[in-house]
Structure formats: structure tokens, C-alpha cells
Design a protein around this ligand. Structure first.
Ligand code: PGA
Length: 259
């Protein structure tokens, strides 16, 4: 996941689909779509239990991403999965700090920081999610993003050479999931990207900050993708609902190529 000319599309399957056979069908669709749209770097994050059976059926692409990992290597942590475990069954990258993990499972900044440190240590590419709960007019969301970016970037302080492992996914909560009413507009997204770049530039040179891939996530679909994909600085998208529907996924890819 590097900042190059290819557009990144990560399908976050969340807790879907309901059976392995449906997951295999969806995976086949991803393979077909990837070969049809080589200008797009396609990856998908299936539920943890599907990692192994899906990874054993795939070649190098599309990349398989683990939706969640823990920062310890082993031990009495019922229900958790270490980075090495996920890697051993085929995960090539990990999602860290998704808003649903923060919201429903109490994942906080401290544990997100530890997960990032561990992923750096394990040389595991990571997509770290940040995003404000609401877009308030007083600008408090700016502080929220600053705090979250601090958590993301602090573990890289003495390991700037490892920044190649990092992709940031900006996902405002108000635009995510089945309750969201709308995606962000292209203007809102561009101004937020500039803000993120400015905050990142306090940790590193602006040139370096520009090289960290930034994805947008939240209600992305075939209708809004062309606008979102053309926002300068945005390298790709993290897609939930629409990533489960192969026709919609293909429409997204088609419209990215047109944009
Ligand atoms: P959505 O989810 O596309 O369904 O809004 C995005 C995400 O949670 O990653």
C-alpha cells in the first residue's frame, strides 16, 4: 500500500457474509474485478475466521487484510488474535482502530497506540482508522483528529523509516455504516485532507507526510466515488456496505477509472 499512481480500494466486510461459501463467492468476484481493473489496488478485510480458508485459495492479489489484531503475542487473552497468528493464516495487512472497534468494543487510544507499535515491530502493513464523531461548527473535531493522529504517529517517532507500513483511513463517524445519512462532500474531504496533512507535517517533513497514503471511508458507493476519488491527496477508499455487493463494487471501480 504505497502512495503511487494506483487507487487503493479496501473492502471492509465487517461481520459479513454469513457463510464461508458466500465469502468464497465474494472473493472470486474480487479476483475477477482486480484483473479487470489493474489501475486499482484491491484488497479486502474478511472476518478473522475466513482468513485462512480464503488466503489458501488466493495468489498475491487482492491483498487480504485482518479486521482486528491484539498487541500481545500469546497468552490468556480469550477471543483475541495476534499479528503473527493473522500473518500465519495469510493476512498481509491489518486494520487498526476502526470506529466500530472503538465504539462497540471499547478500544481506546492507548490500545490503538500499542497495536501500532506491535505492527511496526512485526513489520506488518497497517491501515489505521481515525475520524471525528460529529462535524461541530466550533471546530472541536480538529482537536479530535489531532489527538488521534498523535496516537498514530507517536510510535513512529524513532522509526520514521517504517512509515512505509502506514496507511491512514479517515472515516468520519457521521458518514459510516448503515445509520449514516450521507458521505462527506468533496469540498469537506479536501479541507479535511489539508488539515490532516498540516497535522502530520508537525511530525515530519511535508514531503514525507504527503507520501503516507490517506484513504477515505464512509458511505462510499458507485454514485459518489467519482467525486471522492478526484479529491487531491486522497489515495483510495475503505468501503463497507458497498464492498459486499459485487455489482456495486465493480461500479465503484469503473467510476474510479473514469474519474
Ligand atoms: P460504510 O462503512 O461504507 O458502510 O459506511 C465504511 C467502514 O466502516 O469502513
Amino acid at each position: 500500500m504505497k502512495k503511487d499512481n494506483r487507487f487503493i480500494l479496501v473492502g471492509n466486510w465487517k461481520m459479513n457474509p454469513q457463510s464461508l461459501s458466500e465469502a468464497k463467492k465474494l472473493q472470486r468476484a474480487y479476483g475477477r474485478i482486480q484483473s479487470k481493473y489493474p489501475g486499482i489496488v484491491l484488497s479486502y478485510a474478511p472476518p478473522t475466521v475466513y482468513l485462512s480458508p480464503l488466503a489458501s485459495r488466493t495468489g498475491k492479489a487482492p491483498t487480504i487484510v485482518a479486521q482486528n489484531i491484539f498487541y500481545e503475542e500469546e497468552g490468556a487473552y480469550t477471543g483475541e488474535t495476534s499479528i503473527e497468528m493473522a500473518r500465519s493464516v495469510g493476512a498481509q495487512a491489518v486494520l487498526i482502530g476502526h470506529s466500530e472497534r472503538r465504539h462497540y468494543f471499547g478500544v481506546d487510544e492507548k490500545s490503538i497506540g500499542k497495536k501500532i507499535k506491535k505492527a511496526i515491530y512485526e513489520n506488518m502493513p497497517m491501515i489505521v482508522c481515525i475520524g471525528e464523531q460529529e462535524r461541530d461548527s466550533a471546530g472541536e473535531y480538529i482537536d479530535v483528529l489531532e489527538t488521534q493522529l498523535n496516537t498514530v504517529l507517536a510510535p513512529f517517532a524513532n522509526k520514521k523509516t517504517k512509515l512505509g507500513l502506514l496507511t491512514i483511513a479517515y472515516e468520519p463517524l457521521w458518514a459510516i455504516g448503515s445509520k449514516a445519512t450521507r458521505a462527506i462532500t468533496a469540498d469537506e474531504l479536501f479541507s479535511t485532507y489539508l488539515l490532516l496533512e498540516k497535522i502530520m507535517s508537525t511530525y515530519m517533513s511535508t514531503n514525507r507526510a504527503k507520501r503516507i497514503p490517506v484513504l477515505y471511508g464512509g458511505s462510499v458507493d458507485g454514485d459518489n466515488i467519482a467525486d471522492l476519488a478526484s479529491v487531491p491527496g486522497i489515495d483510495g477508499v475503505l468501503v463497507g456496505r458497498a464492498s459486499l455487493d459485487k455489482q456495486e463494487l465493480e461500479r465503484i471501480c469503473k467510476n474510479v477509472e473514469k474519474s
